[in-house]
Design a protein around this ligand. Structure first.
Ligand code: PSV
Ligand code: MN
Length: 388
């Protein structure tokens, strides 16, 4: 059986990063429902991320999205984060929201547009330097809508060229995380549609380029834990953008739609050594809270990842290996299911008490009056949201 104190130590050491954009207003292409108490700038998004960390104890960094979180002085923003007890996580460039990018960014047929996109990516590495961020998290909306629209191979060459220029600009401690997405906004071809394409580019680039798995970016029925196990085994898993999906890129709270899938992913992580700091796997959320209160939803999401991790840590690896070696199909499956079916909430409550935080983070947040406070404080001014 797994050693209980080792399980608790691993849970204490796990870091789950929240995304700045999840604190701002968001919606679907049909409607953005404005909420009260929403941050008005990057500083207030950091305040909310720090609140999530205060209640959970395991969310000590926040990812930024540029230009949504553009400020005059990034070192000052990082200092603000430090004062709130958190750090700046991944920097996410945006090369998809300007008219120039109609035919793509770094894969655009027009060299001037490619240059503009590349300059933004390089500017984001400057922001990494100023904030102490170690991960550049890249997602491209590039692709085509119609057969024949552009050369598929030509676009791959343009992509490789831009990635090389960015990779070569990274500092020795900085990494590039390369995300893929099956479809949307392009519908015929995406230039990075799947983990294999991302993996091939990362292999070409070098050790510090790794694949980022956004759990919402696959076809229905895809075995994501296989992808995770494969990439981890090859030291090419950079991290996750966790969220939940029913159909496409729904960006719902992680673990809400399919907690068993989240457990299966975390089981591969634990068994493959992905919780060890040396593996460098980053556990990040990429979510939007369109109809539910945002800070509370992020606390819930962090807890969902933590619960899946706790169950994965309870897998009796020795018993599993033995059953696997003996070809005991049902025995091996039972080892996994025993862990999944364990109620880990009492153990996590104990961990939190030990960490000096409330054992019930969601309840504690609801009782804290924090929402009323931000609602009053942020009544004036424009709420942050997409493009803000
Ligand atoms: C768009 O699908 C997306 O959700 C990608 O997953 C990025 O990671 C994120 O936006 C932020 O740019
Ligand atoms: Mn993502």
């Amino acid at each position: 059986m797994p050693d209980r104190s080792a399980v608790l130590a691993a849970l204490r050491a796990q870091h789950i990063e929240t995304p700045s954009w999840a604190y701002g207003n968001s919606g679907t292409r049909f409607k953005v429902f404005a909420q009260e108490g929403v941050p008005r700038d990057a500083y207030e998004k950091i305040d909310d991320a720090a609140t999530v960390h205060r209640f959970t104890g395991v969310a000590p960094t926040v990812a930024l999205h540029i230009p949504w979180d553009m400020v005059d002085d990034y070192a000052d923003l990082a200092a603000h984060a430090r004062n709130q007890g958190i750090g700046i996580g991944a920097i996410n460039p945006n090369v998809f929201q300007e008219d120039d990018y109609r035919l793509g960014s770094v894969c655009n047929p027009d060299p001037a547009v490619r240059r503009k996109a590349l300059d933004h990516l390089l500017e984001c590495v400057d922001i990494m330097d100023a904030t102490g961020s170690q991960d550049l998290s890249l997602w491209f909306a590039d692709g085509t809508n119609y057969p024949g629209q552009d050369s598929i191979a030509g676009r791959q060459e343009r992509l490789a060229e831009a990635l090389r220029a960015v990779y070569d600009r990274l500092g020795a401690d900085q990494r590039m995380l390369l995300e893929y997405k099956l479809f949307e906004p392009a519908f015929y071809t995406m230039d990075l549609p799947d983990w294999g394409t991302s993996y091939a580019h990362c292999v070409d680039l070098g050790r510090r380029a790794k694949v980022l798995v956004d759990t919402g970016h696959h076809a229905p029925g895809t075995n994501i834990e296989f992808i995770v196990a494969f990439l981890l085994h090859r030291a090419k898993l950079g991290g996750f953008h966790f969220n939940s999906r029913f159909y496409a890129d729904d960006d719902l709270m992680v673990g809400a739609a399919d907690p068993f899938q989240l457990f299966r992913i975390m089981a591969e992580i634990v068994l493959g050594g992905g919780l060890d700091k040396a593996s460098g796997v980053a556990f990040m959320l990429d979510q939007c809270h369109n109809i539910e209160p945002k800070v509370q939803a992020l606390i819930r999401s962090v807890l969902n990842v933590q619960e899946a991790t706790a169950k994965a840590l309870l897998v009796d690896a020795e018993a599993l290996r033995k059953a696997q070696a003996e070809g005991d199909v049902l025995g091996a499956n039972a080892v996994l299911m025993d862990a999944y079916n364990t109620d880990v909430r009492p153990m996590l409550a104990e961990l939190r008490e030990d960490m000096g935080i409330d054992p019930d983070p969601v309840g504690a947040y609801r009782r804290s009056g924090h929402f009323d406070k931000i609602r009053a404080e942020r009544a004036d001014g424009a709420a942050a949201g997409w493009g803000a």
